[in-house]
Design a protein around this ligand. Sequence first.
Ligand SMILES: Nc1nc2c(ncn2[C@@H]2O[C@H](COP(=O)(O)OP(=O)(O)OP(=O)(O)O)[C@@H](O)[C@H]2O)c(=O)[nH]1
Length: 347
Amino acid sequence: MNKIPATAPESPKMPILRVPPPAPAQPGSNRFDMEDIFHALNLGVCVVDDCGKILLWNNWIAKHSNIKEAEALNQQLEKVFTEPVSPAFLAALKNTLTYRLPVVLSTALHRAPLPLYNAHGTQQQTRMYQSITITPIQSQLSESCCLIQITDSSPSIKREKILRSHSEILKKEATTDSLTDICNRRFFDAHYEMAVADAKRRKHSLSVFMVDIDFFKSYNDYYGHMAGDNVIKLVANALKSQLSRATDIVARYGGEEFVLVMPHLPQQVAEQFAEKLRNAVLNLEIPHLKSRPFNQITISIGLYTGIPGNGDSLLNKADVALYQAKLKGRNRYISLPLCETEEYLEQ
Ligand SMILES: Nc1nc2c(ncn2[C@@H]2O[C@H](COP(=O)(O)OP(=O)(O)OP(=O)(O)O)[C@@H](O)[C@H]2O)c(=O)[nH]1
């Protein structure tokens, strides 16, 4: 190891760092051995000369690269490793040596520029995440050198990953209905507001489908609440499986009621889609002996297709249509007739 001299070097050929002389020893205090401190640092320290030859190599790098100090000294940095060094690191080093400007390698872009490991010879052979700074320094002999400092950023990156996954989970929980795993009312309200604004701006239609499971109170009473929960899940899945466009959503509106919003559908296509939804639930063939005359789980659908205007909301109109579907015997869709706003669509 090349000691970091605190005074003038013995050999005029050996470049040295400008290290401030130690403070005069106070009575009773200890003098520090710079070499011990250099090797005890909990970060990698390496100095290369203007040709990229290694002049200093501390214990931290020796440990994490599995390359001893004696093997590293006087070798070209990029050749001392058996595995490749990242081109970004080499470019940064070259820049610092040429232009004498310090560089901080972005940990976001360059996670593991050097082949350094936390656990050598174990199964855990993934490169350590590193934060690297390269600083130009001047030796007393005016030779240009670079100080490379490396810290292990794995713990902070791990922490960041955990925080990010926690925030993803929280975001999902805030927008998803826990029983059915489809969008919840909160997400729907926000989405609906944006869909309405978009449809108004572009003057295109929105189709709103209000869906309600028929005779669900009697189902709960007869089969029990848990069986009722399971039906809600199955119906939610059946409705969701009919959607294919990224712009369409289905949400649990509350209890055994669902809502679907789909932009840009001609009314006739929206009606065909409502029939597809009804059949998807019918095809589940869930027995419901208290539902006369169907004897199985069915849904009623209220559909309204229109350009959002300033009057009654599309949701209210779809709700009115649902009420009519219930009155007319359930297991059907009702689509409210076009009003003035829709005449625009027909032009
Ligand atoms: N199992 C279960 N039941 C629910 C849930 N949310 C609401 N319900 C029940 O759904 C039933 C809805 O009943 P009603 O609104 O009277 O409607 P219905 O019996 O389906 O009658 P129609 O809609 O007129 O066909 C009530 O008994 C609620 O307790 C839920 O999360 N799980």
